[in-house]
Design a protein around this ligand. Sequence first.
Ligand code: G3P
Ligand code: CA
Length: 283
Amino acid sequence: MKHLFSLLALVGIGAAMGTQPALAMEGSETSRQQQQKMMNIAHRGASGHSPENTMAAFQKGFEMKADYIEMDVQMTKDGELVIIHDTTVDRTTDGTGNVGELTFEEMRQLDAGSWFHDNYAGEKVPSFVEVLDAFRGKTGILIEIKAPELYPGIEEKVAEALKERNMHQPNHQKIIIQSFNHESMKKSKELLPQVPHGVLAGRGWAKVTDEQLAEFASYADYFNPNMTIVTPELVDRVHKAGMMMFPYTSRTQEQADHLFQLNVDGIVTDFPEHVYYHPVHNH
Ligand code: G3P
Ligand code: CA
């Protein structure tokens, strides 16, 4: 197994440096090893370094060479898609109130950076299309539809924005859509059949059955669990069901190391440097 980790590490180093190791260049080995590359997903942007879900955090994730930036999409009172995690603006802005009860104009008046550090004063709550237009083609985008039960029609609006930009085609853009609301993902998959989808799974899914995994696999490409429920057996069962796994959320080097060794497909982290500077690289 140690050799496998070393191989994974070698491929990871190559990817992080924008190069491919020589042994990954040969025939069928190439695709197998590329599949094994550990995806580095900047959670809410590089949110350990910059205020979550702001353009500054997404830019930081891009500069740190994350494979994907992850973001949370919600909808304002007047139907605009905005990027914010909580269903209220209280924690991450200088305002108060529910996202769904504020207009886009009201949201844009808020300071979404000062709570994190004075250096980020004036950061705004981004719109969904602003992030798409800034980063499409530059890095992968993991789109979480947050609390879609509060925002009827949000799946259609997400689909519309992607289609307008021709981002709904296979292999055209690195786009994945995920949600804790699995009915929403079924609906979104129907709207965007060529876009990979993921089901998010909290701690309550620790005992997920093979039947449930098969049902998820009928519309999802990823089973993305809370990292605390990930075991080697679960990783294996998810792979056998035909899905990949990006567990969330690693915040320490030790957590990233642990997930790396469990053979997951990607690590959702606040600190992208924990994934591509994995210590196994030094073995
Ligand atoms: O990528 C999964 C992760 O973002 C889910 O948790 O609460 O940070 O949105 P949360
Ligand atoms: Ca999220």
